[in-house]
Ligand binder design. Structure first.
Ligand code: FPP
Length: 251
């Protein structure tokens, strides 16, 4: 007699009244996903972009406040030019579609990173989506594009130094909160949960300042296969953690 394993109801693992405010994801494993199927790496990125749509839509449905994804790092320019062009093309396609559906979806789109070296049409689309969605109240999706945590910190340090030189800031009174205001993520709460699929156990220059007290969740599942079930497992794991922020618990 065949044995059927009943499908696990992973949604039941999650308390949707106690979601983290901010989830950040390193969308890793697209290349390996493609290789396993004998496909070019660019097909893996296309599948990754499709999965991003699914997961971002679901985050909006469950009422998550902030979703941040690592789409292209300051180091990713080292990849073959056709792969870089394919990722830029996928981002462009996504933003064109996002603009069409923006009024309905009310997703607030933001970008972390220096957009100036991007192809001009992509840069303009980023600016347009940011501008149109500025006052939207759905989930805020932050796309990290030409983003690096160290680059972000150096830019912040330079901007702060300039403000000190011009008398607008005082180095003796610099607080963590004030310094956060110089980061791409200004105004956004730190991520509560950082997810990295694909089995790699690294932070890879992602949100170095902001992830100081984030909970981490790693899984071997490759990003294009990171389904809603996987997200439920990550959220459930987060809800089992005790966050101490350097303090002690009473338990
Ligand atoms: C890392 O996987 C993935 C990237 C560097 C690119 C991520 C880009 C997308 C998902 C497409 C565009 C995004 C949006 C938001 C529409 P990898 O290539 O390093 O995988 P590997 O480690 O298996 O080689």
């Amino acid at each position: 007699m065949p044995f059927f394993k009943p499908r696990e109801n992973t949604a039941a693992l999650v308390d949707f009244t106690r979601l983290p405010r901010h989830v950040a994801i390193i969308m890793d494993g697209n290349g390996r996903w493609a290789k396993k199927r004998g496909l070019p790496r660019t097909a893996g990125h296309a599948a990754g972009a499709e999965n991003f749509r699914t997961i971002a839509t679901y985050c909006k449905e469950i009422g998550l406040e902030y979703l941040t994804v690592y789409a292209f790092s300051t180091e990713n320019w080292k990849r073959p030019s056709d792969e870089v062009a394919a990722i830029m093309g996928l981002l462009k396609k996504y933003l064109i579609e996002a603009i069409e559906k923006m009024e309905r979806d009310r997703v607030k789109m933001c970008f972390f990173g220096d957009l100036s070296p991007l192809p001009e049409d992509l840069r303009l689309l980023c600016e347009q989506t940011r501008e149109i969605s500025r006052h939207y109240d759905g989930v805020q999706v932050n796309i990290c594009l030409n983003y690096g945590g160290r680059d972000e910190l150096i830019r912040a340090a330079k901007a702060f130094a300039m403000d000190c030189a011009s008398g607008r800031a005082d180095p003796n009174h610099l607080s963590e909160g004030q310094f956060s205001g110089y980061l791409f993520s200004r105004g956004v709460p730190d991520p509560d949960l950082v997810i990295r699929p694909s089995g790699e156990l690294r932070i890879s220059n992602f949100l170095l300042w902001q992830s100081a007290y984030s909970e981490f969740y790693y899984t071997d599942v490759l990003w294009p296969d990171f389904s809603k079930d996987e997200l439920h497992r990550a959220l459930a794991a987060y809800q089992r953690r005790q966050r101490r922020f350097g303090g002690v618990t009473n338990a």
